[in-house]
Design a protein around this ligand. Structure first.
Ligand code: ADP
Ligand code: MG
Length: 337
């Protein structure tokens, strides 16, 4: 940390990160070489890591507390989609010398807020410096009953495809943050931007999908791309009806102003909703789950046996029953398709 204006890494850890380990005995107050996680008897660990890079994964003016909360939440979303209850996380920080102590304080305050909301604890990490952009890597640990993790590959022909919440808000919200939707009313813009900055991982719902969902994924790359991931591993195709895809009132307004924005909503990504499949017989239990958790769960399509040419294809039908064509099926870091 020689070129930085920051205190030493040990002071940073003691001041800002050790308080986040309080209440988790296996974190040893961040004073040991490693931490201990003991899943409940009959459970196993589900692990997940996610890296955020300054200049790639968030806009430059994003407040530090929101960066922290989103970095944590995207991990919690993955765990939820696997049916896991989140317990703890590791934080690796690689800091450029443009980061000051106030930024770290805000970042830690954001983590504290979400730890309280989601019942997870920081149990360790690593701190280093760089002449490049900031890198924030969080690894999260959750637990599921042994053998019950919800996988991408379990979908069956004729299973119904469901999504939680509403789709496309975050992608449209990113357009708002880039000042690309100036004509949209202010409340709609604020709602969409907030959905981009602060996803709502479906942590209460996810574990209750065990025994109901045949497959599941959280939507990070975009509805169409992520359904394609389920299709690929399950070796099936899927057909969804664009009219059934749940949209927020704000997204509806944005799309009514420019119908092209429907493609943004369906392929844009960053929703952090759960996309899952379930057999027809599960419909009543799913409706009950939606009531008890207060999370909308909407059937949007069906899994199918692929013919040779449409292996792992996702078809989105428009209101006339015609397949929609998208320039891109979702976000990827390295281009291609
Ligand atoms: P070591 O030298 O054994 O790798 P460190 O000096 O890197 O250990 O870290 C000391 C302690 O502080 C460890 O418990 C580690 O998990 C914790 N730690 C380091 N950086 C962070 C961080 N960014 N967030 C949370 N804990 C951290
Ligand atoms: Mg050590």
């Amino acid at each position: 940390m020689s070129e930085s204006t920051l205190p030493s890494e040990f002071e940073l850890i003691a001041r800002y990160f050790a308080p986040l380990a309080r209440g988790y005995p296996g974190a040893y107050a961040l004073l040991d070489d490693a931490a201990l996680i003991s899943p409940a008897s009959g459970n196993e660990l589900v692990v997940k890591t996610d890296t955020i890079v300054g200049g790639v994964d968030f806009l430059p003016d994003t407040p530090a507390d929101l960066i922290a909360r989103k970095a944590l939440r995207v991990n919690l979303s993955d765990l939820a989609a696997k049916g896991a209850v989140a317990r703890a996380y590791l934080l690796n920080l690689v800091l450029p010398d443009t980061i000051d102590e106030a930024w770290i304080a805000d970042f830690a305050a954001g983590l504290a807020k979400d730890q309280a909301e989601y019942g997870v604890h920081l149990i360790g990490g690593d701190t280093s410096s760089t002449s490049g952009p900031i890198v924030i890597a969080i690894s999260a640990f959750g637990e599921t009953p042994i053998g019950r993790i919800i996988r991408r590959g379990g979908a069956r022909p004729d299973d119904t495809v469901f999504v939680t919440g509403t789709i496309g808000d975050a992608a449209l919200g990113l357009s708002v943050l880039r000042a690309a939707l100036p004509a949209l009313d202010a409340p709609s813009r604020a709602f969409l931007a907030n959905r981009h900055r602060l996803p709502q991982p479906r942590v209460a719902l996810g574990p209750q999908l065990i025994g109901i969902a045949s497959s599941g994924i959280d939507i990070s790359d975009g509805l169409v791309a992520d359904l394609r991931h389920i299709c690929a591993v399950s070796r099936l195709s899927a057909v969804i009806d664009a009219r059934l895809v749940p949209l927020s009132p704000a997204a509806r307004v944005a799309i009514s102003e420019d119908p092209q924005r429907l493609a943004t909503a369906l392929t844009g990504g960053d929703d952090y909703e759960i996309l899952f499949t379930a057999p027809g017989g599960a419909a009543a239990r799913i409706a009950e789950l939606s009531r008890s958790t207060g999370v909308a769960i909407t059937p949007i399509g069906r899994m199918q046996v692929p013919t040779q040419i449409n292996h792992a294809r996702v078809t989105v039908l428009d209101e006339g029953g015609q397949p929609l064509r998208f320039a891109s099926e979702g976000w990827t870091h390295f281009g291609g398709r």
